[in-house]
Structures are given as structure tokens and as C-alpha cells.
Design a binder for this molecule. Structure first.
Ligand code: ZN
Length: 420
């Protein structure tokens, strides 16, 4: 009997180790930020590994890199598997790289087993997912989904002074002979394996997370303006203190939002008092609000509540209030059929799974606007990510790649054109 396609754990581990050496940091992490020399080296290695197995490399104007394993009917849109190879400045070895190298492993497993698929299977390596060197993050997948790079992105400068348009150009030139296709080629579906970046799967010892969607995010900037005055000489009745309002708002919202709803996230990560003097009542307090929820309606309700509490407490303190919306990203729910496909694949492979919502953005969020998409999460040690200590147990790496392979073959079977 001919064996079906199977993940070769050792090959995948060697690959992860090899890519982790590109941009390796002294503390065991990786610094391979988007469009740097390290990123170019990693892309070149990926293209070379693909060529060796006959998977044709291709790039686009956003420097997304693809490897294609041809199918029986080249005219059908491919199944795409992907993630990213760029990292945070003090990033880990698995965030992004796991999804790209597991996708390569799936292509190789199909090749090893000599499987002819009804349509092509493509690996996608998305540019600048992290957004640490150029904003916004998930730039490559956003450009792919939109079919164009936003003109204002091209002029963006990195903290090291580089211009995005120049860095894209240099990165594309670093792969001579790899054709540049138009942005946003058609695809049948998209699957992405990624580390969870949270503690749930490890805590429950479940190897496969079936991601049902990505929660929505609202960012607000809250500015409360009162009157600066002397800390020692101004009695209570004469104060219009924005810090009093800010304190009351933070207390009310911390007590009111998360304790009543396990899916809600409320964070104030930045606060600033002006002029910031020990012995002056501040004239102005500015703080950020990061609000998240997987349900669009509830997220809207939470935002209204935040706004109402801010208005009430600013008024009570005799201060003026300005609320500026900074980010508004509605939640995305992956199609039920894709979620079930991932679940069924894990079941066939004998891997325990559970459903969960992603707390972070991913490239899959943008691909979901172009094709049915789904994500698989892999447990990571202590839920630690965006950190040089990021780690994944070998058994979970193998399980994640196997779940990706099963989901991919499941999709290829279910989407195959009926036999003539
Ligand atoms: Zn990532």
C-alpha cells in the first residue's frame, strides 16, 4: 500500500533551526525585521528550498513571496497556505516562521508521496506582518487583499530612516530571476498555522486550536482638559482636575467591563499628564483605550459605554473631553465550513482540538476578505510571544503541521471538481 502524505518532523525541526539562525540574537531569539538584510536572506533561502523541489517561486509588488506546487488543472485558483518570516526586534523563533515552514512541509509531504492534487497548492510568505519597522502591520496581506499598496505606505520611513518604497525595491531585486506577478492573484481558500501567543492551549494540553475568528478592536484617544493650578494653594472647590476624571474613568471601566464578560478586553496602556509637574494640578490628561471583543454588536455597546463614562466623569470634574477614534477593526468570523474542515482534519489525525478566538491580528484576517479562510493555533510555552524566550514543544510543532496537512488535503478533496 502506498503511504499517504506525511509530515517529516525532523526536516521541519531542522528548517525551523536553520531559519532561526538568520537574525539570531544572543538571548536565543530572532531579530529579522521586515525588508532588512536578514529578511532578504530568509526569503532567498525559502525560494531556494522551493526551487530544489520544483515549486516555482513568484513575488509581487508588496514583496510577498509564493511557492507553487502545480495541480492537475493549472487554471483553477490554488489553495494557499501561509504566514510571515519577519519578526519583532526582540522576537522569537516561531512567530510566523512556524506557519511558513509548516506550509513548505505540506508541499513537500505531497511531493514525497507523489500526490497529484486537483488544483495547485501555494505557499505564501507575507511581507511585514509585524509592523515594527514600517506601519501598518500585515502590510503584505492587506496589499494582496486590496490588490494594491496604499500610496501613503510607500513614503513611510522606518526608525532607521529607510523609505518603504526603496526597501521593497531592494528586497525584490535581492531575488533576481523570481518573476513579479500582479498583486492579488486569485485563490480558492487560505489556511494559516500560527502559535497561539496566549496560554489557553498549553494550560489545557490541547495540541490543536481551531480558530473561529479574530476579535474586533477599537482604539480611542481620550483627552481631558481642566485647569492647571498650584498643588498647595488650590482648595478642592476651586479645582478642575483632569486626573480626578481619568482616575474615575479607569476605575469604573476596569470594574465594569471585563469582570462581566470573559470575551471582553479593556486596556489602558498609555497615560500622559501635561505639564507633568509634581506640584501642579495637570492642565490635561491624555490616555489610550484598547477595547476588543469577538462580537461586533457587543464591541459597539462597549465603545458606547466607554464614551458615556468618559463624558460623565469629565463633566463631574468640570473638565472638557475630546474622544478621538484611532482604530476601528470589526471582528472577523471564519466560515463555519472552514472551521469544521480544520476540526475534521485534527480528528482524522487523532489530535485533540478546541475552538478559540484569536486575540491578535493575523494575515488571515485580510485574506478572509478574498476567500474562505481558517487558522490553526499551536500551543506555545507559557503563552509567551513577541519575546526572545518564545518556545514551542517539538510534539506541538509536529501536531500543528499535521493538522495543517490534514486541513489542506481535506479542502482539496472537498473542493475537487466532480469527475467527468
Ligand atoms: Zn505572527
Amino acid at each position: 500500500m502506498k503511504a499517504g502524505p506525511a509530515i517529516r518532523e525532523e526536516r521541519l525541526h531542522d528548517r525551523l533551526a536553520r531559519f532561526a539562525r538568520i537574525g539570531a540574537t544572543a538571548r536565543g531569539g530572532v531579530n529579522r525585521q521586515a525588508l532588512t538584510e536578514g529578511d532578504r536572506e530568509a526569503r532567498a533561502l525559502l525560494a531556494e528550498l522551493g526551487r530544489t523541489r520544483g515549486f516555482a517561486p513568484r513575488q509581487d509588488a508588496a514583496a510577498n513571496l509564493f511557492l507553487r506546487r502545480e495541480g492537475r488543472d493549472p487554471s483553477l485558483p490554488p489553495l494557499m497556505l501561509g504566514s510571515h518570516l519577519d519578526t519583532q526586534p526582540t522576537g522569537g523563533r516561531f512567530d510566523g516562521a512556524l506557519g511558513v515552514l509548516a506550509a513548505l512541509e505540506v508541499l513537500e509531504a505531497l511531493e514525497d508521496a507523489g500526490v497529484e492534487t486537483p488544483r495547485a497548492v501555494e505557499l505564501a510568505c507575507w511581507t511585514n506582518e509585524e509592523g515594527s519597522r514600517f506601519a501598518p502591520g500585515a502590510m503584505g496581506s492587506q496589499a494582496f487583499a486590496a490588490g494594491a499598496l496604499a500610496p501613503e505606505w510607500l513614503e513611510a520611513r522606518s526608525p532607521d530612516g529607510a523609505r518603504l518604497a526603496d526597501e521593497l525595491d531592494g528586497t525584490l531585486r535581492a531575488l533576481p530571476g523570481v518573476p513579479i506577478a500582479r498583486l492579488g492573484t486569485p485563490l480558492a481558500a487560505y489556511l494559516e498555522l500560527h502559535i497561539e501567543q496566549g496560554p489557553v492551549l498549553e494550560r489545557e494540553n490541547i495540541p490543536v486550536g481551531v480558530v473561529t475568528g479574530i476579535q474586533g478592536t477599537v482604539w480611542l484617544e481620550v483627552v481631558i482638559e481642566g485647569r492647571a493650578a498650584h498643588a498647595g494653594t488650590t482648595p478642592l472647590a476651586f479645582r478642575r482636575d483632569p486626573m480626578v476624571a481619568a482616575g474615575a474613568i479607569l476605575h469604573t471601566l476596569h470594574e465594569g467591563i471585563m469582570p462581566g464578560d470573559d470575551d471582553a478586553r479593556f486596556t489602558v496602556g498609555r497615560i500622559d499628564a501635561y505639564p507633568g509637574s509634581v506640584n501642579a494640578i495637570p492642565e490635561r490628561v491624555t490616555f489610550s483605550v484598547d477595547l476588543r471583543h469577538p462580537d461586533a454588536e457587543t464591541l459597539g455597546e462597549l465603545e458606547r459605554r466607554v464614551r458615556a463614562v468618559c463624558r460623565r466623569e469629565a463633566e463631574r470634574a468640570g473638565c472638557a473631553l475630546t474622544l478621538r477614534p484611532l482604530v476601528h477593526m470589526p471582528p472577523v468570523a471564519f466560515p463555519a465550513a472552514m472551521v469544521e474542515l480544520v476540526e475534521a482534519g485534527a480528528r482524522r489525525a487523532g489530535l485533540a482540538s478546541r475552538r478559540l478566538v484569536s486575540g491578535a491580528f493575523h494575515d488571515a484576517l485580510y485574506l478572509a476578505s478574498r476567500a474562505p479562510a481558517a487558522m490553526i493555533f499551536c500551543p506555545c510555552r507559557d503563552g509567551v510571544s513577541h519575546n526572545e524566550a518564545e518556545d514551542v514543544e517539538p510534539r506541538f510543532v509536529a501536531a500543528g503541521a499535521t493538522a495543517l496537512l490534514e486541513a489542506a488535503t481535506g479542502f482539496l478533496r472537498s473542493s475537487a471538481p466532480a469527475a467527468a
